[in-house]
Design a protein around this ligand. Structure first.
Ligand SMILES: [Cu+2]
Length: 463
């Protein structure tokens, strides 16, 4: 049986449940499972050194127990159902009930013990991306350890030697397991004031991941190499991604890790940020400069920091425009400028699936009442206070409010702009534009002239 057949169909999620006996788990920390995709409030440490906890977008931090001075965590690798956006669920693999897995937060110098129980239908391992650790704890199956067999629990133990922004993911049948959603965030807080690590008021974390799920189906296609159709933050797509809610004047850090197969230029509106560090550690001050977009390449992590001093609802998104869209099930040539009035009804009689794609652009898609297969996210959607936002995928909103209480992460609703500060319709006279005339200084080139029409590539290959 080849791999593609193996992963087809509903068998995928049914295999693993309860293959680890309660007796075997008795001495381990109780695994904590999460059933929803809401953003959990920061987990204030109840033992060990204090720190300012992070907030995982549409995720949560894994509780631990102290055992003779060792922080013990329990990860359970297992099939999960992840709600990627309201009404849109995917059958994936993850940890402790969700994809991505819970964020692990520790403090520099902590001795950490992580139990990993494998409830997947195949072997796995966990690689602790970016950590200094003994070679045998690096989690590369075959190279540094035998893979964790189905139903077994392995123990990883090491000291979190340097503070920073890290992630974890399998290093066993990686292509499948990451394509299915197995990954998680790891933050090691500094044990004391660090000259290159600022204290912040809000510290958000999320991972970039991409999936290929055909419209109307629920399981990612694992053989896909570049042609993904769901571009996610923490396995969520806009409008399913929670907003980043902050108080005006807050110092904000956003930590991002990229586990997709392409780069993502992350762009913030209304503010400049500095990249203050990566999975390699905090960056020297001389290596930081103001940006509004920074590229996060494959396998990289970046920390963005800024002062949230402008009130408002500020877009924050990947700048690749195809990454702020959701799945399309059709190969679509551009039809801008094509007049197909009256054609649709006739075509739909012959081809019930036929849809008109934007003769005036694609904006119609946001509100078009088109029949889509069940369990399919609309391509570009989300509604703001002034209408359709026409976005999907890797898009969210930074909400900066005077009235947001310190430590309050609740969504404050839409920003009420002071009157007279919004773009408005001009109703005065419209003079003809003064067009520049081609002058003798720039003579038209001799020979035949070519005129071209811009046309998008057919389909969504490459986005
Ligand atoms: Cu992107």
């Amino acid at each position: 049986m080849n791999r593609r057949n193996f992963f087809n169909g509903a068998a995928l999620t049914a295999v693993a449940a309860a293959s680890v006996s309660r007796v075997a788990l008795a001495a381990l920390p109780e695994p904590v499972l999460m059933t929803g995709a809401d953003t959990a409030p920061p987990l204030v440490p109840s033992s060990g050194r204090p720190y300012n906890p992070v907030v995982t977008l549409n995720g949560w931090t894994l509780p631990w127990r102290m055992n003779n001075g060792v922080k013990e965590f329990h990860l359970v690798a297992e099939p999960v159902v992840r709600e990627m956006a309201p009404g849109f669920k995917a059958h994936m693999w993850g940890y402790n009930g969700q994809s991505p897995g819970p964020t692990i937060e520790v403090v520099e110098g902590d001795r950490v013990r992580v139990f990993v129980t494998n409830r997947l239908p195949e072997h796995t391992s966990v690689h602790w991306h970016g950590q200094r650790l003994p070679n045998g704890m690096d989690g590369v199956s075959g190279l540094t350890q035998p893979a964790i067999p189905v139903g077994k629990t392995f123990v990883y133990e090491f000291v979190a030697r340097r503070p920073g922004t890290f992630m974890y993911h399998p290093h066993a049948d990686e292509m499948t397991q990451m394509a299915m959603g197995m990954m998680g965030f790891w933050v090691t807080h500094p044990k004391a004031k660090h000259p290159l690590i600022d204290e912040v008021d809000r510290d958000f974390v999320f991972l970039l991941s991409a999936y290929d799920i055909d419209p109307g189906t629920m399981t990612p296609k694992i053989m896909t190499m570049t042609d993904f159709n769901l571009w996610t933050w923490n396995s969520r797509i806009f409008p399913g991604i929670d907003t980043l809610n902050v108080r005006q004047g807050d110092k904000v850090r956003i930590r991002i890790g990229n586990l997709t197969m392409t780069n993502h230029p992350m762009h913030l509106h209304g503010h400049e940020f500095k990249v203050t560090g990566s999975d390699g550690g905090p960056w020297p001050l001389a290596a930081r400069w103001p940006e509004v977009t920074t590229d996060v390449a494959v396998g990289q992590m970046r920390q963005l920091e800024f002062l949230a001093d402008e009130e408002g609802d500020w877009a924050f998104h990947c700048h690749k425009s195809h990454h702020t869209m959701n799945a399309m099930g059709h190969a679509i040539p551009t039809t801008i400028g094509v007049d197909h009035r009256g054609l649709v009804g006739k075509l739909q009689k012959a081809m019930p699936d036929y849809m008109v794609m934007g003769e005036r652009g694609m904006a119609d898609m946001g509100q078009m009442e088109m029949p889509i297969p069940e369990n399919t996210a609309p391509m570009m959607t989300g509604t703001g206070p002034y209408g359709g936002v026409e976005m999907g995928g890797m898009f969210s909103v930074l909400k900066v409010r005077k009235t947001q209480k310190p430590g309050d992460y609740k969504d404050p609703g839409w920003f009420k702009q002071p009157s007279g500060t919004r773009a408005f319709e001009w109703t005065g006279a419209l003079p003809d534009p003064a067009r520049m005339k081609a002058s003798a200084a720039t003579p038209a080139p001799a020979g035949p002239q070519t005129e071209v029409q811009i046309r998008k590539p057919t389909g969504h290959a490459g986005h």
